[in-house]
Write a new protein. Sequence first.
Length: 121
Amino acid sequence: MAYSNYFVPIYAVSIGKNVADIGRVVLVYGIIIVYVAQKLSGFIRRRFGGGIFLNSLYILILAAALILTGLSGNFAVIMLSAAIIGIGDGFGTGVQNNYFLTLPAIANLHSSRSLSLFSFL
């Protein structure tokens, strides 16, 4: 989310893109996270289960998108990276929440308190 809300507008303005182009990137991210990633996340969770492997996969997907952006930097790659981040965010946020709730240090807190702490971190 920070990619499309913070990085893309600053970078797009610096390369001469207008507000409509920035909106397209946010739209691509939103469409991917709502439609594509939800279907894909069900498949990934059934196939691989949960835990540290999916957390690692999520981090690798985000890293790949950011590295891709850094290597190229043209606007088509920015849109592709937004789509890749949308796929990662579609399943990764839930996986991170579930993993965080299973940590031993969090067992003493209730789920609402622990997720508030997670959001703060």
